[in-house]
Ligand binder design. Structure first.
Ligand SMILES: [Cu+2]
Length: 174
């Protein structure tokens, strides 16, 4: 047996490369999303974020993920923010001109998009709903000041079974 077999160093280099890539990938995913979670009764809210305001806009949208860990469906029916932060918060859904949600629409699409307020959002039993750009969001109206990258703010979410869950949103540049 030749101990200097060329296949061994090559294999080691390959392993080192794979390990390096895995490190880079995990670093990216941990910095790209907020790890904070917020608990209600059988409700877990995570990844609460809002986009930095463009210019002096006085409206904003909050995105988040709601998980229902119980065997009974729940409903998000209210959202509120401190008056010192914004005039009001409400549950909105983005819809396209044909009435469907816009989640799968590309950025260059020419379809008309609009938003409407919804009375509640059902969180299925042992399921989750993600509020994301183009779909559900918490609409902020009458922001006292534009949202800035790195800013945090509080939001109260009211659930039929889960009670009131106080969450903190992170403002991101993009
Ligand atoms: Cu909206």
């Amino acid at each position: 047996m030749n101990p200097r077999s060329p296949s061994r160093p090559l294999a080691l280099i390959a392993i080192a490369l794979i390990a390096g890539l895995a490190l880079v990938a995990s670093a990216c995913s941990s910095s790209g999303s907020s790890s904070a979670t917020f608990q209600g009764k059988d409700i877990v809210v995570s990844n609460v974020w809002a986009r930095e305001s463009a210019g002096a806009a006085d409206t904003g949208a909050v995105y988040l993920t709601i998980e229902n860990t119980s065997g009974t469906a729940d409903k998000l029916f209210s959202a509120s923010v401190p008056q010192a932060f914004a005039k009001s918060a409400s549950i909105h859904e983005t819809v396209t001109s044909d009435g469907t949600t816009a989640t799968t629409m590309g950025a260059g699409s020419s379809s008309m998009m609009s938003m409407k307020e919804v009375a509640s959002v059902t969180i299925p039993a042992n399921g989750s709903v993600t509020f994301e750009p183009g779909g559900y969001h918490i609409m902020l109206i009458g922001l006292v000041a534009p949202l800035k990258d790195g800013q945090k703010f509080d939001l109260n979410l009211g659930f039929l079974n889960g009670g009131v869950v106080k969450v903190t949103a992170n403002v991101k540049a993009s």
